[in-house]
Structures are given as structure tokens and as C-alpha cells.
Design a protein around this ligand. Structure first.
Ligand code: ZN
Length: 149
């Protein structure tokens, strides 16, 4: 019977992934807030050079999106597009007045995973990270965990 390979010891600094809770204050019912620099700041403060950055929104009417942050007009189109899929005044079963917000959040999703290299988030030339508010204004939480390789 073969002897199982010993489990290699995990270097001390590998367990340094910390969970950060940041707050995002939104101003409108629907808002796409560019949080790229906020997320980058958390990555920088974590001291992680290479690894993974997890973003999680613990809400049912907010979401995280990665898309173009160069032309702010795109946010108006996103709003109109999502409104066409989930109009606010449709005849919903969930009738507490924010069913459209839940549906939009379900479409966009409440988590994202980004790569970190040399202390920087890997993003395309035109990409930014957006906190999507669909039932604001509210003070929201954003959970960020930066895990070293
Ligand atoms: Zn609801």
C-alpha cells in the first residue's frame, strides 16, 4: 500500500487573506457607481502582490458589474435595457414594490472574481468595476477578500 504524500506546510503569510467590509452610499434608486479605485485601494492595502480579489454584495437588490467606465452614457443605456426587461410597474407576485430591483440584481449577479498581478487589479483598457444599486438610495455593504497565490 502506497504511503500518502505528506501535506505540505502552508507558509505563514499565505493565511493573510482578510475579509474587508466597505460601505457604499448610493444616491438614487438606480445607480451604477464606479468603485474601481475603491477596490484597488483595498487590494493595495492588503499587501497582496499576486492573487485573487473576490467581491460580494450581501444584498438582494444590488449587484456587481464589470463593464466600460469610459463613457458614462452607457449607464443610461444599461438602466433603460434593464428597465425594459424588468419594468417597475409590472404585475409581479413579489409585491412589496421592489420586484424589478430583485430581478435586475439577479440578472447582473452579486459577486465577481478579479485577478491581481503586481499589486494591481487586472482589468481591460475600458473596464471598470461598478456597484449597481437597484433600490436606493441606501447605505450598502461590499465584502472584499484578497487572497494571495
Ligand atoms: Zn422585495
Amino acid at each position: 500500500m502506497a504511503t500518502p504524500e505528506p501535506i505540505r506546510a502552508i507558509p505563514a503569510q499565505r493565511g493573510r487573506a482578510l475579509l474587508h467590509t466597505t460601505h457604499v452610499q448610493t444616491q438614487m434608486r438606480v445607480e451604477f457607481k464606479d468603485i474601481t479605485s475603491l477596490v484597488q485601494r483595498v487590494v493595495t492595502e492588503s499587501g497582496v502582490e499576486n492573487g485573487t480579489c473576490f467581491l460580494f454584495v450581501p444584498h438582494t437588490t444590488a449587484a456587481i458589474l464589470i463593464n466600460e467606465n469610459d463613457d458614462t452614457a452607457l449607464q443610461k443605456d444599461l438602466d433603460a435595457f434593464l428597465k425594459s426587461l424588468a419594468p417597475p410597474d409590472s404585475n409581479y407576485h413579489h409585491n412589496d414594490g421592489n420586484c424589478d430591483s430583485h430581478l435586475k440584481a439577479a440578472l447582473i449577479g452579486n459577486s465577481k472574481c478579479l485577478l491581481v498581478e503586481s499589486g494591481r487589479l487586472i482589468l481591460g483598457r475600458w473596464q471598470g468595476v461598478f456597484f449597481c444599486e437597484f433600490d436606493g438610495p441606501r447605505r450598502r455593504e461590499l465584502k472584499i477578500k484578497v487572497v494571495p497565490d
